[in-house]
Design a protein around this ligand. Structure first.
Ligand code: NAD
Ligand code: WQD
Length: 344
C-alpha cells in the first residue's frame, strides 16, 4: 500500500515539481488546488513525466467542508505539503484582506483537519522574505525575523507562528517549515515550469519572455546598490532541487526522525548572484542575447540576501547543487516549449 500525501497547491509551480518527485519516491499523491493561479492540465503533464496520474480535487482550501470531504474521500493521508497561497508581493499591498484571508484561513483549515484524520505532519512553504534585509550574510535559520515588507511577507510570518503555536498547544502533529530563497527553472522535460498569469513580476519569467520576444526589454531595477556591480543579489535555487528537499523532509517526518516537533530549514544554494550576473549567465549558457536596460530601483526590494544552507545540508543530507547554467537552460527550454505548444 503506497503512503498517501496531500499536496495543496499541487498544480502550481513548486507544487507540481514536488508532486513529480514524491511520485518518483513511491508516494501516492492527492492534489488539492482551486486553480486560482494554475491550470488543470498540469495534472496531465505530471502524468506524462512520471507515468502516474496524481489524484486531483479542484477545491479551495478556504472551504472547510469541501476540504474535509477530500480527507474523507482519501483515507489514511499521512502527511500534508501546504503550497496553496497567494504569492504576489505587489498584489498583496493592493489587496491585503485577500491575502490574509487566503493564506491564513487555508492553513488553519488544514491544521484543524489534520488531527481529526490522524495526519502525522505538515510541511509548510515559507520564504526567506521573513528575514527582510538580514544584518548578517549568509543568513541562517537563527537570524531574526524582521518586520514584514508586505502583507504577503507578513502572512508567511504569521503562518509560521500559527504552526508553532498549534504544535506547542499539544496538537498531535509535527511540522517542518521550509524557507525558500528564489526558486527558478523548470523540469528537464520542459513539460512543467513557472507559468505566471499576466505580466511576470519575478525576474526569470520576465527574462525568458523578453528573450523569446514576448516582452520588448527587461528592466533591471537599479544598479546603484551597495553590491559589487550595483544590482541586487539573490540566492537562485533550482526548483527541482527544491522539490527534492520536500521529499526528504516528508520522509523525515514519517520516519519520526525529527529532532524537534517543529523544524525550520533554509532552502538555498548558499551562493548569491546579482541580477547582472544572472543575465550574463543566461546569455552565456543559452547563447541567447538579452535586451535589457537599467532603470530605477523597485520599491521594497531587499538589496542582498543569500542562504547559509548548512543546517539543511547536514540535517537533511540535501544540497542544491545544480549548476546555474543548467538551471537557466531549463528555464529557456520551458519558454521555448510554451512557444512551440502555442501557450504564449
Ligand atoms: P503558485 O501560485 O504557482 O502555486 C500556488 C498554487 O496554490 C496555485 O496552483 C494556486 O492555484 C493554488 N492556490 C492558491 N490559493 C489556494 C486555495 N485557497 N486553495 C487551493 N489552492 C490554492 O506559487 P508557487 O511559486 O508554486 O509557490 C508555492 C508556495 O511557495 C506558496 O505558498 C508561496 O508563497 C511559497 N513560496 C514561493 C516562492 C517563489 O518565489 N515562487 C518563494 C518562497 C515561497
Ligand atoms: C529578483 C531580483 C529585482 C524583475 C520575490 C518575493 C519573494 C518570493 C520570491 C514568494 C530583484 C530584480 C526582477 C524584473 C529586475 N516570492 N528584477 N527586473 O523580489 O527576490 O522575491 O519572489 O514567496 O517573497 O519578494 O524576486 O524575481 O521579483 O526579483 O531587475 O523585471 O530581480 O529587483 O533584485 P524577489 P524577483
Amino acid at each position: 500500500m503506497k503512503r498517501r500525501i496531500l499536496v495543496t497547491g499541487g498544480t502550481g509551480y513548486i507544487g507540481s515539481h514536488t508532486v513529480v518527485e514524491l511520485q518518483n519516491e513511491g508516494y501516492e499523491v492527492v492534489i488539492v488546488d482551486n486553480l486560482s493561479n494554475s491550470q488543470a492540465n498540469v495534472v496531465d503533464h505530471i502524468e506524462q513525466i512520471t507515468g502516474i496520474r496524481p489524484c486531483f480535487e479542484e477545491v479551495d482550501c478556504c472551504d472547510y467542508n469541501k476540504l474535509e470531504a477530500v480527507f474523507q474521500k482519501y483515507p489514511h493521508i499521512e502527511g500534508v505539503i501546504h503550497f496553496a497561497a497567494s504569492k504576489a508581493v505587489g498584489e498583496s499591498v493592493e489587496k491585503p484582506l485577500l491575502y490574509y484571508k487566503n493564506n491564513l484561513v487555508s492553513l488553519i483549515n488544514i491544521l484543524e483537519l489534520m488531527p481529526k484524520y490522524k495526519v502525522k505532519g505538515i510541511i509548510f512553504s515559507s520564504s526567506c522574505t521573513v528575514y527582510g534585509q538580514p544584518d548578517i550574510l549568509p543568513v541562517t535559520e537563527k537570524a531574526p525575523i524582521k518586520v514584514a515588507e508586505s502583507p504577503y511577507g507578513n502572512t508567511k510570518q504569521v503562518n509560521e507562528e500559527i504552526v508553532q503555536d498549534f504544535v506547542k498547544s499539544g496538537a498531535p502533529v509535527s511540522a517542518i517549515l521550509l524557507r525558500y530563497f528564489n526558486p527558478i527553472g523548470a523540469h528537464p522535460t520542459a513539460l512543467i515550469g513557472e507559468l505566471p498569469n499576466g505580466v511576470p513580476q519575478n525576474l526569470i519569467p520576465f527574462l525568458t519572455q523578453t528573450a523569446i520576444g514576448i516582452r520588448e526589454k527587461l528592466s533591471v531595477f537599479g544598479n546603484d546598490y551597495d553590491t559589487p556591480d550595483g544590482s541586487c543579489i539573490r540566492d537562485y535555487i533550482y526548483v527541482v532541487d527544491l522539490a527534492k528537499a520536500h521529499v526528504i523532509a516528508m520522509n523525515r517526518i514519517l520516519a519520526d526522525k525529527q529532532k524537534e516537533k517543529v523544524e525550520v530549514f533554509n532552502l538555498g544554494t548558499g551562493r548569491g548572484l546579482s541580477v547582472l550576473e544572472l543575465i550574463n549567465a543566461f546569455e552565456t549558457s543559452t547563447g541567447v542575447k538579452l535586451n535589457y536596460q537599467i532603470v530605477g530601483r523597485r520599491a521594497g526590494d531587499i538589496v542582498k540576501v543569500w542562504a547559509n544552507p548548512t543546517h539543511a545540508n547536514e540535517e537533511l543530507g540535501w544540497r542544491a547543487d545544480t549548476p546555474i547554467e543548467e538551471v537557466l537552460r531549463s528555464a529557456w527550454k520551458w519558454q521555448e516549449h510554451l512557444r512551440e505548444t502555442g501557450v504564449m
